[in-house]
Design a binder for this molecule. Sequence first.
Ligand code: 13P
Length: 229
Amino acid sequence: MIFAANFKTNHTRASTKKYIETLNQKLTDSECKEEVYVFPPFTALDTFDTTIKMGAQNGYPVRNGAFTGEIGVEQLEEFGIKTILIGHSERREILGESQERVAKKFSFFQENGFEIIYCIGEPLEVREQGDEAVTSHLLAQFEGIDTAYEKLIIAYEPIWAIGTGRSATVEEIRSTHKVLKQSVDKPLLYGGSVNVKNIQEILSIENVDGVLVGSASLDAENFYQLMKK
Ligand code: 13P
C-alpha cells in the first residue's frame, strides 16, 4: 500500500526534520514494508537519510530561469527530489491552474523522469449530479495527460471531502475507483478526510492502492498509526 503525506502549507524546516526522524525510526523499528511518501513545503526540502520518498508539492515546468517565486527542476534536484504532486485541487481551484497548464507541467516533469502523483477530483455540485457527471468530470482531467507513463500514480480526491472531515462513502470510493481503473491502469490512491477511524475501511475497498493524506498526516505518530491499522 502507498501512504502519502501532503503537508500543504504546514510544518517548518525544523519540524519537518523532526517529523522525518520520528517517522523513519518507527518505520525502521517495525520493518514496515509500505511505500511511504512525504510532501513537505519547499522550505523544508533537504536530503534526508531515510527510506521515505520525499516529494515536491509543486514545481514550475522549467529547469531554471526568470520565474519569480517559482521552483524549477534544478532546485528540486539539488535535494534529490524526483517525485512531484501535480493537479492538486487546491492548485486548480485556488491558484487557478487550468487543465492545459496542468498538462504542460505533467509533460515537462515526465520528460524529466519524475514520478508523478497526479490528482483529480470533482466539486460537490458535480457529485450531486450523479455518477455519470462525476465520471465525465474526472476523465476530462486526463486531457493532455500521458496516462501510460510508467512512473504515474493517480490520486482521486473529491474536493468536497478535502479537509472537511467528511470522507467519501465506501460505495462512492468503490464505484469511482472502479471506473477510474478501467480507464487508467495505474496505482490509485484515495484522498479526502482519511483518518485513523476510516483508514481500515478505505484500504479494504477494491482498487484502492493507498491514500493521500492531509490533516491526519501532520503528526508523525498519527500518520504512522494509519499504516498500522
Ligand atoms: P485532508 O486529508 O486534510 O482532507 O486533505 C487531503 C488532501 O488534499 C491531500 O492531498
